[in-house]
Design a protein around this ligand. Structure first.
Ligand code: SAH
Ligand code: SF4
Ligand code: F3S
Length: 456
């Protein structure tokens, strides 16, 4: 294995799973002598870890490749620059990218990036061979190992990948493949290693994380596959791990055991992301979500009953084909009833190969924009009100890094709100009680209360 120092630049688009994947790609490349840089200029290897979810996200790849071309030319005289496209655009359009963008040396899908070293070697020999978009998720995690380079106190851990739901707007089942869960022991080993490196908070990731059904720990095979509730309780026993989160869940995979985990596991943070996409049953049906707005309310009510301090976030799409004014009003009504702490909202984007793209009743762009603006106004008001409701409360804050101002630290509340506090640097990586004094749309600030604590 060569250990000459080489410069690696990774640009990450899309969801948290891509953030995790980018970190793991770095882990795979470090033994080969690659070190991260924060600019593509002069890099030996540039990886674009791409997202295919909406048209705009996918287009960014080609414009970024355009910007990289002169940098690659400049680097030709000094060792050359290898350009790799990874992630969901690679999976969806790999062969096309190789044809359309000669600047690209290799294409690697989300399930095969553990093979990057071989692919880089192949690309250096003959470009045409360096495309790998097989689905080999099991092999991937076996080969990645647990030796992660981490910074800070919070880390993502993929526990489940892929999706079998086939919502009619969505590319994920095509780019990430079928639902698959990692074995419990493999996840626990990764989290133990993270805890030993100072990680205090883990966010378990999956495209449908609450569909998790992993092989039970060794010696407990008679229990059958474990659900997410069992996994969360088990992770709560790992020394050093003080906070657990998971994302993204689907309403149909919400079982009573997971709801109970919110009640009986204080380390599971009272903040839950549950996308619904629309408040209209007609649109939910056309989206193939296979649940109604009422089913969604029932889940949220149940969660609020067992964990009264829980706050909810979500995702919404406006302008799905066939969405009428009345359907959109049903979405607004659902948002008013749920009262979100935070919620992402998107204009429907036609994706090639999905059933939604060929529906005849597409909604006008101008109508989509109008609806999005109205929805975002309501969601912003809810987010501000939620943040303001923290004023006067005392919240446990996990301190993550130095603040902008001298003597300040930046931390996170249980609800992922940024909190700015005057606090000594030795509180980094610890959880301390903070009395909240002011709030804006994006952040809180307050004062430390009493002596520092080290548990949630
Ligand atoms: N697996 C998750 C997240 C999927 S992608 C889930 O089931 O919810 C994240 C969000 O992007 C989705 O929740 C949806 O709101 C949005 N999204 C997905 N496809 C889209 C499309 N074609 N147009 C607009 N938004 C989309
Ligand atoms: Fe996409 Fe639906 Fe699967 Fe989520 S559940 S990843 S929105 S197909
Ligand atoms: Fe994008 Fe793929 Fe994530 S399409 S949202 S990067 S799963």
């Amino acid at each position: 294995m060569s250990t000459t120092r080489k410069r690696l630049f990774i640009k990450t688009y899309g969801c948290q799973m891509n953030v995790y994947d980018s970190e793991r790609m770095k882990d795979v490349l470090t033994p080969l002598g690659y070190e991260s840089t924060d600019t593509p200029d002069g890099a030996d290897l540039v990886i674009l870890n791409t997202c295919h979810i909406r048209e705009k996200a996918a287009e960014k790849v080609y414009s970024e490749l355009g910007r990289l071309r002169p940098l690659k030319e400049d680097k030709a005289a000094s060792g050359g620059m290898t350009i790799a496209v990874a992630g969901c655009v690679a999976q969806a359009e790999g062969a096309e990218i190789m044809k359309r963008a000669p600047v690209v040396d290799l294409v690697v899908g989300p399930q095969t990036y553990h093979k990057l070293p071989e692919l880089i070697a192949k690309a250096h020999r003959a470009k045409g061979e360096a495309l790998d978009t097989e689905f080999e998720v099991e092999d991937k995690f076996d080969r990645l190992g647990n030796d992660r380079q981490v910074e800070g106190y919070s880390a993502f851990v993929t526990v489940q990948e892929g999706c079998d739901k086939f919502c009619t707007f969505c590319v994920v089942p095509y780019t990430r493949g079928a639902e698959w869960s990692r074995p419990v022991d493999q996840i626990v080993a990764e989290i133990r290693a993270l805890a030993a490196k100072g990680i205090r908070e883990v966010t378990l990731l999956g495209q449908n994380v609450n569909a998790f059904h992993g092989a039970p720990p060794a010696g407990r095979e008679d229990e059958g596959v474990w659900g997410l509730g069992q996994l969360v309780r088990h992770i709560a026993l790992i020394g050093g791990i003080e906070r657990i989160r998971f994302t993204t869940s689907h309403p149909r995979d919400m079982d009573e055991d997971l709801i109970q985990a919110f009640a009986d596991t204080p380390k599971l943070m009272p903040y839950f992301h549950l996308p619904v996409q629309s408040g209209s049953d007609t649109i939910l049906k056309a989206m193939n979500r296979q649940h109604t707005a009422e089913d969604y309310y029932a889940i949220i009510e149940r969660l609020r009953a067992v964990r009264p301090d829980i706050a909810i976030s979500g995702d919404m799409i406006v302008g799905f084909p066939g969405e009428s004014d009345a359907d959109f009003e049903a979405t607004m009504e659902l948002v008013r009833r749920i009262n979100y702490a935070a919620c992402f909202s998107f204009k429907y984007s036609k994706r090639p190969g999905t059933p939604g793209a060929s529906m005849f009743n597409q909604v006008d762009e101008a109508v989509k924009s109008e609806r999005l603006a109205a929805l975002q106004q309501l969601l912003d008001a809810q987010q501000i009100a939620f943040n303001e409701s923290m004023i006067g409360k005392t919240l446990p804050v996990l301190f993550e890094k130095a603040g902008r101002l001298e003597g300040q630290l930046h931390g996170r509340s249980p609800y992922l709100q940024s909190v700015h506090v005057d606090a000594p640097a030795e509180l980094l990586g610890q959880i301390a009680e903070v009395k909240i004094e002011s709030a804006s749309r994006n952040a809180l600030s307050g004062q430390l209360v009493g002596a520092k604590r080290s548990a949630a």
